[in-house]
Design a protein around this ligand. Structure first.
Ligand code: ADP
Length: 183
């Protein structure tokens, strides 16, 4: 698989296949659940890497609605200074507004980057694990939602789609290749 970054305005968008907790970015996005009190998958990995202080801050947030996101510090995740906790929809056959809610997670993530003057962010493939969103459909929504939201975050110079398998990376790259120009 060839992974090629794309330039869109001032932002460089790329796809990588790795553990999101290892990335050197200003913020990593968590695929959280609405309690924000931890779970399995990427949520569990982020809480393990960030340490108990992350859960303590999450307890003060009183949950988060599906399609929305909230920001915390990154604690022991250094060098990621922040975690953006986004709550993706559970896939229900596409009958429960899942596409819009998933796009909203990415848009809210980008908006929080702008509000906190962050320059770089990495997203996992939200909802494609235990929430069972079809991975190809989710990749299309994820990339398009980020591209559409970029105009609202002029300080953002790097957005990474951090996939956890080669097939997921390929799906994201295929969509990304249809936007911007290679860099
Ligand atoms: P959800 O409940 O939103 O489906 P999951 O954590 O179950 O969240 O899965 C979301 C995506 O995150 C899946 O594609 C899964 O393979 C991926 N994932 C799991 N662990 C990690 C990790 N450490 N880094 C990056 N992605 C991960």
């Amino acid at each position: 698989m060839t992974l090629t970054a794309r330039q869109i305005g001032k932002a460089r968008l790329d796809v990588i296949v790795t553990d999101i907790t290892t990335l050197r970015v200003d913020a990593i996005v968590n695929a959280a659940n609405s309690s924000l009190l931890g779970g399995g998958g990427v949520d569990g990995a982020i809480h393990r890497a960030a340490g108990p202080e992350l859960l303590a801050e999450c307890r003060t947030l009183h949950g988060c609605k599906t399609g929305d996101a909230k920001i915390t510090k990154g604690y022991r995740l250094l060098p990621a200074k922040h975690v953006i906790h986004a709550v993706g929809p559970v896939w229900n056959g596409g009958t429960q507004n899942e596409d819009t809610l998933l796009a909203s997670c990415y848009r809210r993530g980008i908006e929080l980057c702008h509000a906190n003057r962050l320059g770089s962010v990495a997203f996992p493939a939200i909802s494609t694990g235990v929430y069972h969103f079809p991975p190809d459909r989710a990749a299309g929504i994820a990339v398009k939602a980020v591209v559409d939201a970029l105009a609202a975050a002029p300080d953002l110079t790097q957005v990474t789609f951090c996939c956890f398998s080669a097939p997921s990376g390929e799906l994201h790259q295929k969509v990304l290749d249809t936007f911007g120009s290679p860099c």
